[in-house]
Design a protein around this ligand. Structure first.
Ligand SMILES: Cc1cc2nc3c(=O)[nH]c(=O)nc-3n(C[C@H](O)[C@H](O)[C@H](O)COP(=O)(O)OP(=O)(O)OC[C@H]3O[C@@H](n4cnc5c(N)ncnc54)[C@H](O)[C@@H]3O)c2cc1C
Length: 405
């Protein structure tokens, strides 16, 4: 059965968006922004969700949605979204390093292209009442005691909208301030950079339902079949090694060869997308009327495949805090509340993710881990369980959670 093409159109023109005074403008319509916009709209907030891209758009991503992310979707009443998008169940994770292999069983998780996932989430935000504006770069301008100015730059010109609060969900390395000095992001200088592509065909050895991960001193490459059988390839690579190898495709090819995984024929001619440094941290996840969520609030390398879960959870949990700020008292505790909630929600997970990323820098340790897991795959169970664990215990307001909102 053919899977329908994903599509979503703007619900508002930029001149109309500029004329309105919004409760909240959400910058970035990835999983974090779409989820935040939906949750805010469900509470009758006047919400504008803006993205500089038109959807479906490509995004460097391993496209694996873990149990924690599936849990967030179920908790907000979107439990059927992945199935509607024809997401594919993943049942195993195969680690490959220097010709050794270990396969770990997975009990939860699916693979789904970002074209379909992100488009479906935006559609859900629109259905909840959010307005959506695509192909508009949003930049935060002047912030006063009662509003925030947002410049909307489109092909047809520039408009200025105003909002009580801004949710920044622009992803890794996004630029959202008209004045760049407002930015307080720090990228780890030793961090790897990301690269990805999707191949229309690939060797049959890459079977559906398994995540293949090739580990190498110069980075790692993840491969998974998507809902339509295309092969998603996503990598975290040492920037110097890309230069030395002569390009991303060459380095990815070398990592697969050294790991003894098959090389897809289309790898060379593929269109690769890249990212900046992957491990980034923002000094403050709030700043005068602005709340940062998802990758825009900070990110760690993608080996453990958790970014979508962090994005969805933060989009969900920020909504009541922003509403409190907009409705009750702009001088309230909301800014402080988001700092501490974000810390509780993400900090432990980020720590585990950082530990795994560090371990991957030591080839001897990786080889020992692969040998051990080949003998006893269930040794990975505690890590897998903690990656899939629900965010529910960290939710500040359990009542809101059970309302399916
Ligand atoms: C190599 C790699 C592999 C990965 N693999 C996985 C995986 O398998 N599983 C997983 O869970 N996570 C994975 N991730 C992480 C995941 O992709 C991210 O964590 C997730 O996309 C974050 O969602 P987000 O909504 O915060 O940002 P994004 O998805 O990046 O969305 C941000 C949006 O903001 C828009 N935007 C930016 N600036 C502006 C602006 N000024 N105005 C208007 N729009 C703007 C962009 O166009 C974009 O659409 C991977 C990441 C990488 C790099």
């Amino acid at each position: 059965m053919a899977i329908p093409e994903p599509q979503v159109a703007a619900t508002i023109r930029s001149d109309e968006a500029g004329d309105k005074r919004w409760d909240v403008v959400v910058i970035g319509a990835g999983p974090a922004g779409a989820m935040a916009a939906r949750q805010l709209a469900l509470e009758d907030a006047r919400v504008l969700l803006v993205d500089r891209a038109s959807f479906p758009r490509s995004k460097v991503c391993g496209c694996c949605v873990n149990g924690a992310a599936i849990g967030v979707l179920a908790q907000v009443g979107l439990g059927d979204l992945l199935q509607r998008c024809h997401a594919r169940k993943v049942e195993a994770f195969q680690l490959a390093s220097s010709g050794r292999f270990a396969t770990v069983p997975l009990s939860e998780g699916v693979s789904l292209s970002r074209e379909r996932l992100d488009t479906a989430l935006i559609q859900a935000a629109i259905e909840a009442g959010a307005e959506f504006l695509d192909r508009a770069l949003a930049l935060i301008g002047e912030r006063t005691s009662d509003a925030c100015e947002i410049l909307l730059k489109t092909e047809s010109g520039e408009r200025s909208a105003s909002a009580m609060a801004v949710v920044v969900a622009g992803g890794l390395g996004c630029r959202v301030f008209a004045e760049s000095e407002s930015d307080d992001r720090k990228a780890s200088p030793s961090s790897r950079v990301g690269a990805g592509t999707i191949l229309d065909s690939a060797p049959a050895e890459y079977t559906a339902g398994t995540i293949y991960m090739a580990c190498h001193p110069q980075g790692y490459v993840g491969l998974v079949r998507l809902e339509d059988n295309r092969l998603d390839v996503a990598a975290a690579l040492n920037a110097n090694a890309i230069k030395e190898s002569g390009g991303v495709a060459e380095l990815v090819g070398r990592i697969l060869t050294d790991s003894k995984l098959p090389i897809p024929e289309l790898l060379d001619g593929a269109e690769w997308h890249g990212t900046g440094r992957l491990t980034q941290r923002r000094e403050h996840v709030v700043s005068e009327r602005c709340f940062f969520i998802g990758d825009a609030a900070g990110y760690v390398e993608p080996f453990t495949g958790e970014g979508i879960a962090w994005a969805l959870a933060s989009g969900r949990v920020v909504a009541p805090i922003v509403l409190d700020f907009v409705r009750n008292d702009p001088n309230s505790n909301a800014m402080h509340a988001w700092t501490s909630t974000h810390q509780k929600l993400i900090a432990n997970r980020a720590r585990l993710c950082r530990c795994v990323s560090r371990l991957l820098r030591y080839p001897t340790l990786v080889n020992i881990a692969v040998r051990l897991l080949a003998l006893a795959p269930l040794l990975a169970r505690p890590v897998v369980r903690s990656l899939n664990a629900s965010f529910e215990a960290k939710m500040p307001n359990k009542e809101t959670a059970t309302k399916h909102r």
